[in-house]
Ligand binder design. Structure first.
Ligand code: 5GP
Length: 195
């Protein structure tokens, strides 16, 4: 960890169309860079089988989400695929005050809100999948146990073009052809930005 990242921690926003491998990349980044911490979002979405409450997300019902929103607890929040997601202001401030760089796995709506906020040192990275077909394939794999997976995949593919249309709002665009290579590219971006 260098001195500058303690004085001026970075806010690193990573967005992508759903299924572009963003969650795996974020997990890899956290493992490989000891000063990075992942911002854990609050969501009204149902937990998937492999997800753990308070580790992957803080899973809440709509009532709790509304309470947090109405009491200004969110740094940003958005509705994505009929579910609500938000970033807790206090969690982020705690991490930044310890000198950690914070990684955000959030959509373009959240990215826009953070970029407009009072925080400085914000880096925005958009991950592109190698192709639209690759996304559909990954989504189908991920949802293999869901009964209504075809409907979910259909609606997420409809969102694909909307998300991609925001890619030019990001400072960096990285293509996820291969997970480790993409992770290394992002690590290099973070290293350069720290200098
Ligand atoms: P998933 O439900 O597949 O985990 O995430 C769906 C989308 O919501 C992804 O694009 C993810 O980046 C985004 N997302 C997750 N947490 C947040 C958040 O706190 N705020 C915003 N704006 N988007 C989020």
């Amino acid at each position: 960890m260098d001195k500058d990242s303690i004085k001026n921690p970075l806010i690193i926003i990573i967005s992508s169309p759903s299924g572009a491998g963003k969650t795996s990349i974020c997990k890899n980044l956290i493992k490989l860079d000891s000063n990075l911490r992942l911002s854990i979002s609050v969501t009204t979405r149902q937990a998937r089988d492999n997800e753990i409450n308070h580790k992957d997300y803080h899973f809440v019902d709509s009532e709790e989400f509304n309470y947090l929103r109405n009491n200004d607890k969110f740094l940003e929040h958005a509705k994505v695929f009929n579910n609500h997601y938000g970033t807790l202001r206090e969690d982020v401030n705690n991490l930044l005050s310890k000198g950690n760089d914070v990684l955000f796995d959030i959509d373009w709506q959240g990215a826009q809100q953070l970029v407009r906020s009072d925080y400085s040192n914000i880096i925005t990275i958009f991950i592109l999948p190698p192709s639209k077909d690759a996304i559909e394939e990954r989504l189908l794999m991920r949802l293999k146990d869901s009964g209504d997976k075809i409907e979910i995949v259909k609606s997420r593919m409809l969102e694909f073009d909307t998300e991609i249309s925001h890619k030019d709002e990001y400072k960096y665009i990285v293509i996820n052809e291969e997970l480790n290579q993409c992770t290394n590219e992002i690590l290099q971006i973070i290293k350069n930005e720290r200098q």
